[in-house]
Design a protein around this ligand. Structure first.
Ligand code: ZN
Length: 214
């Protein structure tokens, strides 16, 4: 079914207030979130495999509630709303334009089948399409299941994801500047692990982008 037809059956709505809105985000709701809007471009320490880190919002209040809804309540359509929030940020888009590829942090395949979708992948695809940056999903993969990071303490979080990711088709990323996309940044262990394998497989430079930072 094409998009236009889908929109007739399921009209696009603002992800926050539910009113019909072709952009999946109304001005009123976006303005309300405005005070949370934030961006960092941390020049990450040299020991890190990624060079920059950017995020759209702090993980609190409405953003937090809506992200939980997106992830756990079978609401894949919220991907449009979250992508829009980042795409409306000129600083973030300006920065990303010099990158070649966007790669979402993968889920373990069995978990993705259970949930029905990978929320980070859905958002990364929309951002990639809009900025004309290729979204690549068949390079980085998760080779074993892990526990929910939020259920663990700091030390256990690091151990939990250690060496959990790997690379295939590495010729696709060689010498490329990569945006590694995840929904949330808490301790950074997940994106550090993913960056490590990407960098070791020949990625030229990595910038991490998340919707929110905890
Ligand atoms: Zn709204």
């Amino acid at each position: 079914m094409n998009n236009k037809l889908l929109e007739l059956i399921f009209p696009a709505k603002c992800g926050f207030c539910g009113k019909i809105n072709t952009q999946y985000l109304c001005k009123k709701c976006e303005t309300k979130l405005g005070f949370e809007k934030s961006i960092t471009n941390i020049n990450v320490s040299k020991s890190c495999y990624f060079k920059h880190y950017l995020y759209g919002y702090l993980y609190k209040e409405n953003i937090r509630r809506k992200m939980i809804d997106f992830k756990f309540n079978d609401k894949p359509e919220l991907a449009h709303t979250f992508a829009k929030l980042l795409l409306n940020n000129e600083k973030i888009c300006g920065f990303l334009k010099s990158y070649d590829i966007i790669i979402p942090v993968p889920m373990y395949h069995k978990k993705q089948i259970q949930r029905g979708y990978n929320q980070s992948e859905l958002v990364a695809q929309i951002i990639g399409k809009e900025l004309q940056i290729e979204c690549i999903k068949d390079v980085l993969y998760k080779k074993r299941p892990t526990k929910m990071q939020s259920s663990l303490d700091k030390q256990m979080r690091r151990i939990n994801v250690k060496d959990a990711y790997d690379i295939k088709n590495e010729q696709k990323i060689k010498e490329n500047k990569i945006i590694l996309f995840d929904d949330i940044y808490t301790t950074g262990n997940t994106v550090k692990e993913c960056s490590k394998v990407l960098k070791k497989s020949g990625a030229k430079e990595i910038a991490v982008l998340t919707i929110a930072k905890d």
